[in-house]
Design a protein around this ligand. Structure first.
Ligand SMILES: C[S@@+](CC[C@H](N)C(=O)[O-])C[C@H]1O[C@@H](n2cnc3c(N)ncnc32)[C@H](O)[C@@H]1O
Length: 304
């Protein structure tokens, strides 16, 4: 490939050069990133010449893509709920199935028109869920605050940037291992003097760590090896983090007796029964499960 890159090539020639390496749409995204022009230009002006310096940069990112690196990490962004989010190697790439968190929240809020709410996004990552919640609900005066936490300070920095980009406001964040940070608990207690409901988003690590070696060998899940381990893997059938969180929310509820806490947990289809069994052994057994667009159980709603 390299010898072709020392002289100018047209967009058309570049498309031909990589046509059997990566899909057309992915090449467009990589060209947009390197050439810094919207991809529509590549359709209308495909005779435009690209200089060798840019061709070499493009060749480098195509090689990274061919080696399995997710395109979102190469270009540093990913679309979620029709908005663009910055991502880094410290954040998970937002998944389309997680958009269900927002749709379920809309249902919950529309059924309680006169009640007040706080959103708390635990394991916020790039902040895609809490930022989208803000953008979708910002005109609703019954939503009092939008809070986010993560065990990773570096993820929180990205979440703050994304929130600022889309809202022009500062995101209130807590660096916390689940609900262990006392400052977070104190803040919730103080806020719930006036607020009746807390909605918790929990898209925590839920891929069974026993499956790690097998999954990473598979071509279709190669991209996982580029994502932060701390965002993906959990023990006890992938449910350790959720079990810890549920016990912590039960404890929180003893301090917030008059507040309804609705937690949403993202899971894999085959974890529904195991998680529901765990929940059914607690004092709070009110759950509903929701399917994603492919018909798989994806979110459990759990009311305390
Ligand atoms: C599956 S990612 C979800 C990211 C984002 N919320 C989304 O929906 O795309 C899980 C996130 O949980 C965070 N995390 C892992 N263990 C945690 C813990 N014990 N307490 C808080 N956050 C944790 C990770 O750093 C990561 O950002």
């Amino acid at each position: 490939m390299q010898q072709n890159l020392n002289s100018h090539l047209s967009i058309k020639e570049v498309q031909k050069l990589y046509s059997n390496k990566i899909p057309f749409r992915e090449l467009d995204l990589l060209m947009e990133f390197i050439i810094d022009k919207p991809f529509l230009n590549f359709i209308t002006q495909d005779d435009e010449k690209i200089e060798p310096r840019k061709l070499k940069q493009l060749d480098n990112v195509v090689k990274r893509r061919v080696s399995g690196e997710p395109i979102a990490y190469i270009i540093g962004k990913k679309e979620f709920y029709s908005r663009e989010f910055k991502v880094s190697k410290h954040t998970l790439i937002p998944r389309p199935e997680s958009e269900l968190f927002i749709d379920i929240s809309k249902q919950i809020i529309s059924k309680k028109e006169n009640e007040t709410f706080i959103f708390l996004d635990i394991g916020t990552g790039s902040g895609n869920l809490i930022t989208t919640a803000y953008c979708e609900f910002k005109d609703n005066k019954n939503i009092i605050s939008f809070l986010a936490s993560d065990i990773s300070q570096k993820a929180l920095e990205i979440a703050k940037k994304n929130f600022k980009t889309h809202t022009h406001k500062d995101l209130k964040v807590f660096n916390s291992n689940l609900l262990k940070n006392e400052r977070l608990i104190d803040y919730l207690i103080q806020q719930t003097n006036e607020v009746k409901n807390i909605i918790i988003f929990a898209n925590l690590p839920y891929v069974d760590e026993n499956l790690k070696d097998d999954l990473l060998k598979k071509e279709e899940s190669r991209g996982l090896s580029f994502e932060p381990s701390s965002a993906l893997w959990s023990s006890e059938n992938g449910l350790w983090h959720y079990k810890q969180l549920i016990n912590q929310i039960i404890n929180l509820k003893t301090k917030l007796k008059d507040t309804t806490i609705t937690a949403l947990y993202e899971i894999n289809d085959d974890q529904k029964e195991i998680l529901e069994k765990f929940i059914n052994a607690t004092p709070y057994r009110n759950t509903v499960s929701y399917k994603d667009l492919s018909g798989k159980n994806r979110i459990i709603k759990h009311i305390y």
